[in-house]
Design a protein around this ligand. Sequence first.
Ligand code: OAD
Length: 249
Amino acid sequence: MKFKEEFIEKLKEAESILFFTGAGISAESGISTFRGTNGLWNKLKPEELANFDAFLKNPDRVWEWYQYRRKIIKNSKPNPAHKSIAEMEKLFDEVVVVTQNIDNLHRRAGSTEIYELHGNIERNYCIKCGRRYDSPNFGFDDVAPKCSDCGGLIRPDVVWFGETLPQDVFASAENAAARCDICFVVGTSAVVYPAAYIPITAKNSGAYLVEVNIETTEISSSIHYSLLGKAGEILPQILKIVKSIKQKK
Ligand code: OAD
């Protein structure tokens, strides 16, 4: 793949880079996206599953859905896109991942500075006393578990519709967006706010925006450089060019 010269120049100058990622980066690991062809929200109703009231009304049904997703995620592996991002930590002063994904694949790939805006499916907590249950193997039963301290219902530590994002995580992500030199927007439809403010903040603070997606999105018109294709194919090529730039320095 031949990248445009302007992008290569930006890569040469950049010290801090940020990856804003969404479900599309994990598609090649076998995890369904939400929108688009085969998107989860085409087949399922988010208001019946990813919602606190739905959980209170039918905890087992919601738990079973998360248990199903946990199993898929547990059996999946980081793909070359996640791995390339992790490897870039060796090549830039700062590499930050801001993800909307709850699948933990960035961490499993080796990234170390990760802001999970929508939580993490491997973490859980009691809705009554707040006690945490953070083992990746927790909750593989069909029935919603109860807290061993207080008997309260245990829920996955993910952001549901109508809930606010973890404010400290979002603030840190916004700060990282404001100081990055290049912001890569990878595998996201960029329609869910406030998460989708991250690339806007980056751009307003002077960052160069690069989109990696198999199709154009809501944010494509605001992007400096759009790379159409699969994240698992394009990110390794970006890594390769960065390595060659750094070797020449
Ligand atoms: P979406 O499902 O909305 O968008 C996935 C994007 O990935 C689409 O733009 C696809 O074109 C693109 N895509 C698919 N396969 C790809 C590939 N191999 N390489 C590159 N791009 C690919 O997912 P998100 O934008 O992450 O929120 O959705 C945002 C939020 O909506 C989610 O975090 C979730 C959902 O409701 C909550 O659960 C709070």
